[in-house]
Design a protein around this ligand. Sequence first.
Ligand SMILES: NC(=O)C1=CN([C@@H]2O[C@H](COP(=O)(O)OP(=O)(O)OC[C@H]3O[C@@H](n4cnc5c(N)ncnc54)[C@H](O)[C@@H]3O)[C@@H](O)[C@H]2O)C=CC1
Ligand SMILES: O=C(O)C(=O)Cc1ccc(O)cc1
Length: 371
Amino acid sequence: MTQNVAIVGLGLIGGSLGLALKRSKQDIHIIGFDRSYATADEAYRRGIIDSIAPSAKSACEKADVIIFATPVNTTAVLLEEASLWDFKDRVIISDTGSTKKPIMEAAKVLTDKGLTFIGGHPMAGSHKSGISAAKEHLFENAYYILTPHEGASSEQINQLSNLLQPTKGKIVVLNADEHDRMTAIVSHFPHIIASSLVGRLADQEKQQPFVKKLAAGGFRDLTRIASADPTMWRDITMQNREELLIQLDGWLQEMESIRTLIFENDPELIFRFFEDAKKFRDRLPSTSEGALQGALYMTFDLHIDIPDHPGVISEITKILADEQISITNIRIVETRTDVYGILVISFQNTDDRKAARAVLSRTTDYSMHIL
Ligand SMILES: NC(=O)C1=CN([C@@H]2O[C@H](COP(=O)(O)OP(=O)(O)OC[C@H]3O[C@@H](n4cnc5c(N)ncnc54)[C@H](O)[C@@H]3O)[C@@H](O)[C@H]2O)C=CC1
Ligand SMILES: O=C(O)C(=O)Cc1ccc(O)cc1
């Protein structure tokens, strides 16, 4: 029997979810709604959805499964409005929001009426937003967290998990409190730090106009996420305010002890500060071949040591194109000597990266690394 799935909000996450569900073996009809008609139209033209609904209400009333993929404050408002909608009896309602406690709270208007709400958060994404950035493989190898309302049965949780299988995400069930505490640590607070580092640069650029040009390498890596959508991050910050304040207090204490460390200038203690961080960082689950995506950032990079002569990049891209291996990004990160540089090629998933490594080892002498 055809399962009607409604996706409300067809941006990066709703669009990527639609693309992933399209490869499902189940018989699925995706009804999409976005407040921007141009976005819904693009989703339809790209085959991400099967039909466009005239309103969120109309999409949801026809659906067996509903996924809200709107910014979290909007999702809370829509859930409130949805208390007046006429749902199918056995509907499962979910979302993709980066926060869970306030969403579960907002969903109470529905669960109090006996409807099933299972919060969702695919923990992969990008600093890019909008349907144009949507990718079928976005959630592959990433955690996909579910926070079921206590009234949800294991059968309903399984039904949603089965539907989400084509995302190739790893489904994990957590409670909303745990979810919001952990995402504050690894995602929401780091985001605030990234934006504040950019703010510090912007402030000091007035006195040091050249400094912007020096902001390469580490600074760019550390602050990439500050280019993300401000509406989305405003909503997350407002909704996870309590956990963020706890993180901020801890950080202020940490900064105080770092201040003492620098003031006292003891080489051994300074060394230990960096050494402890390095040891812990190096032990974080890596994105290397086959391993589950442990951190939030989805990159499947292959680092290739290449000689610095014209034509090398086109030689490599040609080899990959001949094998029909798609690349998502290509850059030179560093020139270590004047003879070698490091070319970093990003792929959509581990399989493509594995295939690229295999073909390049057969056809070139360049050494390759996965960090
Ligand atoms: N961007 C990311 O990396 C990740 C985002 N999320 C969460 O997923 C949700 C969606 O995020 P993105 O897709 O990145 O945002 P986005 O900005 O790419 O897409 C949001 C879409 O919702 C639409 N929209 C806004 N208000 C609406 C309304 N009232 N009715 C219907 N459509 C409406 C917008 O037009 C837009 O197309 C957010 O809750 C976010 O916290 C979760 C994981 C990763
Ligand atoms: O840009 C990145 O890599 C991210 O940090 C993506 C991201 C943003 C929000 C989430 O809730 C989950 C993942």
